[in-house]
Design a protein around this ligand. Structure first.
Ligand SMILES: *Cc1c(COP(=O)(O)O)cnc(C)c1O
Length: 362
């Protein structure tokens, strides 16, 4: 058995995996309708929203595209604050569908600059929406979404949030923080396999939907809502992943959202302390270090590729490298979903052995 410690896909409990061995059922029948409405009700509790939550068959990126094409029109001015690979992807989708994107970048490893967002909104009154990543998985940084949201709502703009690697693991009360569209994915903190994206939609977002002209067919959120009302999805869903998610959501509600969030905070702390105890330094600014993924700088001769290979082959532990320009410069430890402090202790103990074998001189 390998210990999969990457920031998604994450390990799944046996009960969750076993749920997928159930025979297929009619996705337009009563039984599926019952499961879909239960899953939706549980998701609403964990999103902390009274608004709509829709289940789409896709990885997280499909949900990000849905958030954009259902609320915006070509030519709309949008403020985007990318702080890493996933923020850049969100930005690229909006650009690809014809939005006029104003990017507000920071050095990778840092959080979005809330004052800069305020200045940008002040400078350009025509901005329609603000796009932000709650937890940037590529750099291990969690943005201060509560403050960002309060600025965005001061200006009465639409707020689109990529919460793929935070929702269900890090505090994000969707309604209290006035987030209009929030996107997450089954393979991150939800302890389920990849295949579903879950998207919340506020009343303001539905108002934006009514005038949105970006092309969409498969990702039509109003269609998803109207089918949900009869216990269905517009298109054949990933039925087995819905079975799995139904079980994992049950487990999450049994543990309780506050306990899950506290566990992620403890595990995040243990990871950061463990990494520092080995003489390594964190890549993310510590004030905004993520409780779901820790990024570690490859310093003092450390060959990350060699380290990842030895960890995998000799210790059965799978960690992630860096993406794009961070390739070889950092490595990442995923700690979201089904994870305990004991899992992280095992990772730190293995790192202690492997680091010197991979060139690290502390
Ligand atoms: C994983 C992830 C995504 C989505 O990636 P998919 O491979 O499409 O599931 C988007 N944003 C963030 C922050 C992520 O961590």
């Amino acid at each position: 058995m390998k210990q999969l410690r990457i920031p998604g896909p994450t390990p799944c409990p046996d009960e969750v995996l076993n749920a997928m061995a159930k025979p297929m059922i009619n996705h337009r029948g009563e039984e599926f309708g019952q499961i879909l409405s239960e899953v939706t009700a549980k998701l609403k509790q964990l999103f902390q929203t009274k608004g709509d939550v829709l289940l789409l068959t896709a990885s997280g990126t499909g949900g990000l595209e849905a958030a954009i094409v259902n609320t915006l029109s070509p030519g709309d001015k949008v403020l985007s604050a990318p702080i890493g690979v996933f923020g850049e992807r969100f930005t690229a989708i909006a650009k690809g569908f014809g939005a006029e994107v104003i990017p507000l970048r920071v050095e990778w490893g840092k959080a979005a600059d809330v004052d800069a967002i305020r200045r940008a909104l002040n400078a350009e009154p025509k901005i329609k929406a603000v796009m932000v990543t709650h937890n940037e998985t590529s750099t291990g940084v969690t943005n201060d979404l509560e403050s960002i949201s309060s600025v965005v709502k001061e200006f009465d703009k639409l707020l689109l949030v990529d919460a793929v690697s935070s929702l269900g693991s890090i505090t994000l009360p969707v309604d209290d923080w006035h987030c209009d569209v929030v996107v997450t994915g089954s393979q991150k903190g939800w302890m389920a396999p990849p295949g579903l994206t879950m998207v919340s939609v506020s009343q303001e977002a539905w108002r934006a939907y009514s005038t949105a002209k970006m092309p969409h067919f498969y990702w039509d959120l109003a269609k998803a809502k109207s089918y949900l009302e009869k216990g269905q999805t517009p298109w054949t869903p990933a039925v087995s992943i819905v079975f799995a998610l139904s079980v994992s959501l049950e487990m999450m509600l049994r543990e309780g959202l506050a306990n899950i969030i506290a566990r992620h905070a403890r595990v995040g702390n243990a990871t950061r302390n463990g990494v520092k105890s080995l003489g390594l330094s964190l890549f993310a600014e510590e004030s905004h270090a993520s409780n779901t993924v820790t990024s570690v700088a490859a310093s003092d001769g450390l060959d990350t590729k060699k380290m990842l290979r030895i960890l995998r082959k000799e210790h059965g532990i799978v960690l992630s490298g860096g993406q794009q320009t961070l390739d070889g410069r950092i490595f990442r430890i995923g700690h979201l979903g089904w994870v305990t402090e004991g899992d992280i202790e095992a990772v730190i103990s293995a790192l202690k052995v492997v680091l010197p074998q991979a060139g690290f001189r502390s």
